[in-house]
Design a protein around this ligand. Structure first.
Ligand SMILES: Nc1ncnc2c1ncn2[C@@H]1O[C@H](COP(=O)(O)OP(=O)(O)OP(=O)(O)O)[C@@H](O)[C@H]1O
Ligand SMILES: [Mg+2]
Length: 511
């Protein structure tokens, strides 16, 4: 065991204690090692320090930190000497220790000559990481074991710290890349080009999105349930300069009135009994990005006032907070409520209405954009066949008629669900009328007139409806059906065939 001489390097316990503190504080590698050099400067007579790291690609050493050197020093013969010593330490993995006056270095001042240079390799297992070298006052003679011993402990800590920081950095980088990929995926998923619809009404919607996306204007998206309001809100965000920042959605109708304020604006610790910590609200979470207030028509009057304030002042106040907090958030809202009626009935504030209604976008009901029904149906057919690994290439003309003649109270969402179900139940390569849900099989007699359908199709729908109803009633018994409908069995058989009704479906089940 070498003799341990703490007196030669100052208070070793203090140094180790300080080292422990520095290493346990999460900062960058540069800050950690700079603080370490400062610590050694105070407690161990250090004057200058250099951390050099190995570039894993070129295998060469580069200067990460040069502590205590001026810009001019970096071009001096002393610095050249330190670099060449470090290169050979790296090569041989042998430490170096000597006083500078024993080396031939040009132009050294008398003070510098008195300093000692200690250089150590930094390694983790087989991996050479770099070198750590320090220039100390010569009282801490390099050949005395205490100094060398302390420096070798420090070099192990530094090497570990570098490894750890690199690991964290590479994990961070991987997460960043993953995040970028996910954002790209979201961006393309919510691209306007992914919104289906070729009707004039939808073209107007696309144009509005393009017009407004690049601004910070507040947008109010209106339309019945299931018309695609959320899709539009996403498209606005992902086509805006805020696309790489958060998109935060809050459903104002789904959160109890007592919680909505703290959900939107957050709360301070101790704001109420359960508030044991500060909670960020959705507005703060959306900072730099977009907040989507869905079902904004459901907001309670007290929260409406606060929202108005946020829109006017661009700052929020946490529940129980003393100071307002500035937020930079773009507000997009949606509602399927008749807000004008809500104004008349004094359930919605007029001043807020005007603030929200800066740029309204109207999504038409699906039945009003007849031309889009088939396009959407085919889009969902494609989506769900892929999702379910099925091969279904077309929709039969009878099924198309049913899809076109239905009034779609649930709009695109209902059509999507209907196609998903059809793909699941379909046993051939074609979606048949019988694969569609019962609600579509039943053509409402008050609704047999469907714009865009031929007279022939409307009559066929009505006939299909009559026959399907009777087949259900008599469990597929053709003779009872013909008796019930007052027609011959031959006519009913012919109609069942030409209208593409799958009679076995009614026979197998008790309906
Ligand atoms: N033009 C479209 N192209 C493709 N898919 C659409 C289109 N419009 C709506 N959808 C799909 O229909 C479903 C319902 O849309 P969304 O949730 O945006 O409707 P919403 O108007 O927000 O409904 P709600 O008022 O009930 O919240 C979603 O799955 C959405 O992807
Ligand atoms: Mg919605």
């Amino acid at each position: 065991m070498p003799e341990y001489k703490p007196s030669s390097i100052g208070d070793i316990a203090t140094v180790l204690h300080g080292l422990n503190y520095i290493i346990s504080t999460p900062t960058s590698l540069k800050d950690t090692v700079s603080q370490l050099f400062q610590l050694l400067e105070i407690h161990a007579g250090l004057r200058k320090g250099v951390l050099m790291l190995r570039d894993p690609i070129t295998d060469r050493l580069y200067i990460e930190i040069a502590f205590g050197f001026t810009e001019a020093d970096l071009h001096s013969p002393l610095f050249d000497f330190i670099q060449s010593i470090n290169a050979s330490i790296m090569e041989s993995e042998e430490p170096y220790a000597n006083t500078l006056d024993k080396e031939r270095i040009q132009g050294l001042s008398p003070e510098l000559k008195k300093l000692s240079l200690i250089g150590l390799p930094l390694a983790m297992g087989d991996e050479k990481i770099g070198t750590l070298s320090v220039l100390c006052k010569s009282e801490c003679e390099p050949d005395r074991d205490g100094t060398r011993h302390l420096m070798s402990i420090i070099s192990i800590f530094v090497a570990q710290e570098i490894k750890l920081k690199r690991l964290v950095e590479s994990e961070k980088e991987a997460l960043k890349q993953e995040n970028l990929l996910l954002r790209d995926e979201l961006k393309s998923r919510y691209n306007i080009h992914n919104m289906i619809g070729n009707s004039n009404a939808m073209h107007q919607v696309y144009e509005s999105i393009i017009q407004v996306a690049h601004s910070n204007a507040t947008v109010l998206i209106r339309g019945e349930s299931g018309t695609g309001k959320e899709l539009v809100a996403h498209a606005i965000h992902y086509n805006s300069p805020r696309a790489s920042m958060p998109f935060i959605k809050i459903n104002c109708g789904a959160i109890p009135e007592s919680l909505i304020e703290s959900e939107l604006f957050g709360y301070e610790k101790g704001a109420f009994t359960d508030a044991q910590d500060v909670k960020l609200g959705k507005f703060e979470a959306a900072h730099g990005g977009t907040i989507f207030l869905d079902e904004v028509g459901e907001l309670a009057p007290a929260v409406q006032v606060k929202l108005l304030r946020v829109l006017q002042e661009k700052e929020i106040e946490r529940v129980g907070g003393l100071y307002p907090i500035k937020v930079n958030v773009r507000v997009v809202t949606a509602t399927n409520k008749d807000l004008e009626q809500e104004l008349i009935e004094k359930r919605f504030r007029e001043d807020l209405y005007y603030r929200l209604n800066v740029f309204p976008i109207f999504l038409p009901a699906l039945k009003e954009r007849h031309a889009d029904i088939l396009l959407l149906a085919e889009h969902f057919l494609d989506k769900y066949t892929k999702e379910n690994n099925k091969i279904i290439s077309r929709i039969s003309s009878l099924a198309i008629d049913l899809l076109s003649s239905y009034h779609w109270p649930g709009n695109v969402r209902e059509l999507e669900n209907c196609m998903e179900r059809a793909v699941l139940v379909c046993k051939t390569d074609t979606i048949q009328a019988t694969d569609l849900p019962p609600s579509l099989q039943r053509v409402d007699t008050t609704n047999t007139h469907v714009e865009g359908l031929s007279y022939q199709s409307m009559v066929e729908n009505f006939e299909r409806e009559l026959i399907i109803d009777a087949l259900k009633k008599f469990k597929g018994n053709k003779s009872k059906v013909s008796e019930y409908l007052n027609a011959t069995q031959r006519i009913i058989g012919y109609k069942i065939q030409t209208l593409g009704i799958n009679i076995s479906k009614f026979k197998s089940k008790s309906l």
